[in-house]
Design a protein around this ligand. Structure first.
Ligand SMILES: *Cc1c(COP(=O)(O)O)cnc(C)c1O
Length: 359
């Protein structure tokens, strides 16, 4: 049975988009490929609210996390982590031999602007990373406030993991001053997994020249060179099916649903879920005011068996997520992102209510 996915990626994909993925192939050096890339770039710039160039990578988002921290750190990076995906960035830096400092928050707590200020003021770093929406803890970081303190350090490059929020939450890349903003297709954008996207600032492209060993496949400067020199093409063969699908989905997001409507729908779904949490005697996992709009992490205050709950709702065609890592049975997560309808979420929540009563 096809289960309705309420997990934080992959998400359910609209049938029209799945269809677009089976468009007959074109050569990746053809004029048609250039046209397709150009079209996607222009639409992504709108989605990201940026004039910066857009790079695509045939990889999941982790590829661009690796690519950005490796291609752009000439001195030392500082990773602010609020959970598993922030930790991943630290892991990537370590395994690539990149000098890095690690600044974790207690899980469920945000990265505070004053912490960022404190570290950047040392002058030790040329790169810092922030997870916008931490999927493991259902936490959304105060990115606007972080952008404010960052203004004091314009030369330090700012890399943002927006993998599980871009497309569901408004992130104004240029206004915030983000140098590299990364997302994947299989979360709030609503495509199958396999493609990731980032914007990159001129400042980052300049700074990257100071880095000697940027690798090959994920070297952002090489990717950029191909986008510019051979207009809108890529160094290796990209996932063309995803590109057909992304181009169509962006039309849908920008012109059919509309960006503001899409953000409002995500916020509404988050609020409905938070209300359900209260009404059913649970608590949200992250600190109040920092809850994510795309994925709700819920404390298992009633000590139910999350595995059993998922098994039961699976029998009627639904799936949610257990907690991440050590939080496996201590929390559970309900994702409400991409093209999920409010009515579908309401249906899931009423099934959860009934199922929990009988556990
Ligand atoms: C899913 C996720 C990632 C990893 O992305 P992949 O596309 O699976 O490589 C990174 N960061 C966050 C916040 C995520 O939710």
């Amino acid at each position: 049975m096809n289960k309705k996915l309420f997990i934080p990626g992959p998400v359910d994909v609209r049938p029209k988009i799945l269809e677009a993925m089976s468009t007959p192939m074109i050569g990746h050096r053809s004029k048609d490929a250039t046209k397709l890339q150009k079209s996607i770039s222009e639409k992504i710039q709108k989605l990201f609210y940026t004039k910066n160039p857009i790079l695509l990578s045939t990889s999941s988002g982790t590829g661009l996390m690796e690519g950005s921290i490796r291609s752009l750190t000439a001195k030392k990076a500082v990773v602010f982590s609020v959970g598993a995906f922030g930790d991943r960035w630290y892991q990537i830096a370590k395994s690539n031999n990149i000098p890095v400092d690690y600044v974790p928050s207690e899980w469920g707590k945000p990265t505070l602007p004053e912490t960022v200020d404190k570290y950047l003021s040392t002058g030790k770093y040329d790169v810092f990373t922030i997870t916008h929406n931490e999927t493991s803890t259902g936490l959304m970081n105060p990115i606007k406030e972080i952008a404010e303190v960052r203004k004091k350090y314009p030369d330090v490059l700012w890399l943002v993991d927006a993998v599980s929020s871009m497309g569901g939450v408004k992130i104004e890349v240029d206004k915030l001053g983000i140098d590299v903003c990364i997302t994947s297709t299989q979360k709030a954008i609503g495509l199958p997994p396999g493609l990731s996207i980032c914007s990159i600032s001129e400042k980052a492209l300049e700074h990257g020249k100071l880095v000697k060993n940027r690798g090959t496949y994920f070297d952002l400067l090489t990717l950029y060179k191909y986008v510019v020199k051979k207009p809108f093409q890529y160094p290796s063969t990209p996932t063309i099916p995803h590109m057909f699908a992304l181009d169509k989905q962006l039309d849908y997001i920008l012109n059919e649903e509309g960006q503001e409507n899409r953000y409002a729908r995500h916020l509404k779904m988050a609020k409905i879920t938070r209300q359900w949490v209260k009404d059913n005697g649970f608590e949200m996992f992250p600190e109040a005011e920092y809850e994510s709009n795309t994925v709700s992490a819920i404390k298992n205050t009633k000590g139910i068996s999350v595995a059993e709950l998922n098994k039961k709702i699976g029998e009627v065609g639904y799936v949610i997520s257990n907690g991440y890592g050590d939080l496996k049975e201590k929390t559970f997560r309900i994702a409400h992102m991409a093209d999920r309808k409010i009515s579908e979420l309401e249906k899931l929540l009423s099934i959860l209510t009934e199922t929990i009563k009988k556990l």
